[in-house]
Ligand binder design. Structure first.
Ligand SMILES: Cc1cc2nc3c(=O)[nH]c(=O)nc-3n(C[C@H](O)[C@H](O)[C@H](O)COP(=O)(O)OP(=O)(O)OC[C@H]3O[C@@H](n4cnc5c(N)ncnc54)[C@H](O)[C@@H]3O)c2cc1C
Length: 476
């Protein structure tokens, strides 16, 4: 059932899930489908977490926030944990482009085409390229995490900043990875994408989340929106439920889909954990945040086809740190051509979303006036960047809006507006949560492999499995 905002919850549950990101929803769906009594509580007024969208101008314009691209594995994940109908709407992006002072490349983002470009355009030997992909393909999650991306690229492509840019920049854009992050996480994420290219959900995020909501309700998951959990309640050191709206709802297990640091240090409270666990949690680094500019075209306005995902920069070389600058010249344009993205709405307008990675503190520390001025400047810089592809874009636009790390923080409750949760060390704390407090689990963006649409959904499935084992052990 879908609770109304004012409804009181009087039932007890097997599982309460805090947060409806893709990890929380996927876990809820699996557990509900398997017959457990599940309550999904979401602080926002809609499901999805970062997998979200918004309308402007009385629904004439719709903008997808994080539907830019994910690996092919999402098809299998959706078929297995959601429905065939959802899986069947996942389609490949055919046209990914890179335009920067070092190179201009159009690709379908597959290993085969990347190999061709690396050999023919970048002049590398076939053996080197094959050796690199073979090395990536053989990496697995349990490998030594000490090798950094910098060392990996130095090993295969010494002195080739242009090659590193081609291989690394999309992943930096996608999840804020730097050359100092473990090569293992890059290797797995990049190989995931390279296996068959980049995919999207045809229909738009609004349609996807509506279908997921229907599926959750069909599987008897109870849902309450605008329900911000204040506390996770323990009894004798064991999970007993949550406090929401000033009342306690009891449950045998709780899965938090909120940020792992906020879950441990805020929702539970450090006094309930061993000092060493608290220390580990405190030292988890957050990932960077994102800025976006949303542009909606006037009714009937069209643009030339410029690709679906365009990685663009006027910066002379690849420097991950520069990609986070307030005055950045590197951005990704996602172009949503209505007949491709939303074939169900022929009246939909063309939408373009520009994304950049950025530092929360650069925005947080601005005065209100400086913040507004900086936002306007970001919009202006974005338009200038887009004019290189569509010279008359300003005449065609009807709506333009921008989001900063403060927007991300407000809507998802992630500390410092982190768009990809935490760095890889968050995973260890997340996976050990239930070993520290029986019945308490976490799923959500921790480390690059468990982040993004696919990573988050899969992590939800892993933790749903762990919850079922725990409930079985309790005889539930
Ligand atoms: C701008 C941007 C672009 C992105 N682009 C892509 C992309 O192209 N491809 C891709 O794969 N990934 C992309 N991502 C990342 C991807 O969207 C996320 O990694 C993924 O959706 C995170 O899912 P999650 O399960 O970790 O939960 P989240 O999406 O973080 O959701 C957590 C939910 O928990 C709720 N919550 C938190 N605390 C509480 C509480 N106390 N009580 C109740 N509810 C609570 C929040 O409101 C939120 O809804 C992007 C992210 C951003 C920000």
């Amino acid at each position: 059932m879908l609770y109304k905002v004012r409804d009181e919850i009087s039932k007890n549950y097997d599982v309460i899930i805090i947060g409806s990101g893709l990890a929380g929803m996927t876990a809820a769906n699996i557990l509900g489908r398997n017959g457990h009594a599940v309550l999904l509580l979401e602080s926002h007024n809609k499901l999805g977490g970062f997998a979200t969208w918004f309308f402007r101008d009385e629904r004439n314009h719709v903008f997808d926030v994080s539907l830019h691209g994910f690996p092919v594995g999402m098809i299998k994940t959706c078929r297995k944990y959601w429905s065939r109908e959802i899986a069947d709407s996942i389609v490949q992006l055919k046209d990914v482009r890179f335009v920067n002072p070092q190179f201009s490349v159009q690709t379908d983002f597959t290993k085969e085409h990347y190999t061709q470009v690396l050999v023919e355009t970048f002049g590398l030997s076939r053996d080197t390229v094959d050796g690199f992909f073979k090395y990536l393909g053989e990496m697995n999650f349990y490998d030594d995490a000490r090798l950094t991306n910098r060392e990996l690229f130095d090993r295969f492509f010494p002195g080739r900043n242009d090659v590193v840019r081609f291989l690394m920049e999309p992943i930096t854009y996608a999840n804020g990875s730097t050359l100092d992050d473990p090569a293992i996480t890059y290797g797995i994420v990049f190989s995931n994408f390279m296996s068959k290219g980049v995919y999207t959900f045809r229909g738009g995020t609004d349609v996807l989340i509506a279908k997921m909501k229907d599926e959750l309700l069909k599987n008897n998951v109870d849902i309450k929106l605008q329900a911000r959990v204040e506390k996770i309640v323990l009894k004798d050191g064991v999970t007993a439920g949550v406090a929401v709206g000033g009342r306690v709802v009891e449950a045998k297990t709780v899965l938090s889909n909120g940020n792992i640091k906020s879950t441990v240090l805020g929702l539970v409270g450090e006094e309930h954990f061993p000092a060493e666990y608290v220390e580990k949690t405190r030292s988890i680094r957050l990932n960077s945040s994102s800025c976006q500019v949303y542009m909606g075209l006037k009714e009937g306005a069209t643009i030339p086809y410029i690709g679906e995902l365009v990685f663009t920069s006027s910066y002379p070389t690849y420097e991950p740190a520069r990609l986070l600058d307030l005055k950045v010249s590197s951005r990704t344009f996602s172009v949503y051509y209505p007949h491709e993205t939303r074939p169900q709405s022929p009246e939909a307008r063309v939408a373009i979303v520009s994304s950049t990675n950025c530092h929360y503190d650069d925005w947080k520390n601005l005065s209100p006036e400086a913040y507004e001025a900086e936002k306007l400047q970001m919009i202006e810089d974005t338009l200038r960047g887009l004019e290189a592809f569509i010279p008359d874009i300003r005449d065609k636009l009807e709506v333009i809006d921008a989001a900063t790390p403060l927007t991300v923080e407000r809507y998802t409750l992630h500390p410092k507006g982190t768009s990809f949760g935490t760095k890889f060390e968050g995973l260890d704390v997340s996976m050990n949560l239930h070993k520290t407090i029986p019945g308490l689990f976490h799923a959500g963006s921790v480390g690059i492999i468990m982040s993004g649409w696919l990573g988050a959904a899969n992590y939800g499935a892993i933790q749903a499995n762990a919850i079922e084992s725990y409930l079985a052990g309790r005889g539930a």
